[in-house]
Structure formats: C-alpha cells, structure tokens
Write a protein that binds this ligand. Sequence first.
Ligand SMILES: [Zn+2]
Length: 172
Amino acid sequence: MIDDPLVKQLLINVVEDESNLPIVKALNDGIETDEEIANETGIKLNIVRKILYRLYDMGIASYKRSKDPETQWFTYSWKFESEEVINRINKDSEKYLEMLNEELEREENNMFFVCPQGHVRLDFDESSDYDFMCPACGEELEFQDNTQTIEQIKEDIKMVESNFNSFNEKNK
Ligand SMILES: [Zn+2]
C-alpha cells in the first residue's frame, strides 16, 4: 500500500522527507515501538518519535499506552491507520478534481489578458475594469491564447482520475 503513488505522496508530505518513509513502512509491517522502529530502520530515535507524533496528529497512526509491571515504565504500542489514509486520499483527490474542474470551466468560459511585464493575468471583465491597462505598471494588456493551459488542465484531470481509480481498485 505504501508504494502506491498517492499514498507515497501523502506520506511524504506528513513525514517531511522521503528518507523518513521507512518509519511508516516499519509501522505498517507491524513493528510497534519507537525503539524497535529505530533499530529496524537505522533512523535516530528522536526522529522516529517526531515522525510518529506527526502521523498521530494527522490521524494516520494511533498508539496504546501500557505500563510495564516490572519497571513501571510506560510502553507505547503504535499502529498504522490505513483506513484513515484511504479516507484522506479519497477526500483529497475529490477536492483536487473539483478544483481542477472549476479551473477548467473558468479557462474555457473566459478570455484572458496579461501584462507584458508579467504583473497580472485578468479575465475580460476584470480587464475592462482597468481599461485593458496593467494596474501595476500601466502597460497595455495583451490577449492570451489559453489553449495550452486548457490542455494542461485536462491532462492533469486525466492523471488524477487515473491515479485515483487505480488506488481505489487496489483498496476496495
Ligand atoms: Zn504590468
């Protein structure tokens, strides 16, 4: 599951650096304590702890606390919450697709004008409010052909949909 591109992307955002991913992998393999994870991965204990709490903050990991009857010390047994990862990816993908579709609609239904100096990009109504002059530098705005932008958004939508579908296939 961790090798799925969407899962990987989500986890890298949480653990900050790809080099911390083995912590999640160890957790997913059922290794429960921070010390065992540190031993297994060779990653420093304080980093393992930091990452575990980050995962916990995101709801991607949980822990149970128990007291060792001999030493009276507390032990934390950690668990990877794969259901929460699936929920989160579903939610994020839907939100992202919604955003891309809105962007596509806006690009398809508008004409855009840009400042030749790169200050602004405005739709027709906004541009006429400024008499087709850049509000930052006063230069005349130029019409921008947005065919490529539209194609790019369509490509992005296709890619997100296909990643999302293959993710759902694997995690039914
Ligand atoms: Zn300008």
